[in-house]
Design a protein around this ligand. Structure first.
Ligand code: HEM
Length: 90
């Protein structure tokens, strides 16, 4: 099967802290649907936009990626996370 660009971007930039959709630094702040809904501002209103904002700007111990990834790459990794969260990171 084809490996999406979003998954490649995730593996290269995010999986060091978020392997398997988890969070090695703040264990409850995972990338699972329930955690995103609980901790990520505006996730329920506009899920992909909420992820894009966090990736662009970072938060606390998470670095900002707006100078490291292109806008298109951030959109792709955000769409990938949304899809994985909807599928329960299976
Ligand atoms: C939180 C995505 C890279 C550390 C989050 C959240 C998202 C996210 C969507 C919100 C999760 C929640 O609140 O339940 C990403 C993406 C990355 C990335 C797409 C790559 C482009 C990293 C890296 C680190 C990291 C490399 C560690 C150096 C954290 C931490 C939080 C977090 C500590 C919790 C922030 C807080 O609310 O205090 N990440 N992340 N992330 N991420 Fe990342």
């Amino acid at each position: 099967a084809e490996i999406s660009n979003g998954s490649k971007i995730f593996n290269a930039n995010c999986s060091s802290c978020h392997i398997g959709g988890g969070n090695i630094l703040i264990s409850e702040k995972t990338l699972k649907k329930e955690a995103l809904s609980k901790y990520l501002e505006d996730y329920d209103a506009d899920s992909i936009q909420a992820i894009i904002y966090q990736v662009q700007n970072g938060k606390n111990a998470m670095p900002a990626f707006k100078n490291k990834l292109s806008e298109q790459e951030i959109i792709e990794v955000a769409a990938y996370i949304f899809q994985k969260a909807e599928l329960g990171w299976q």
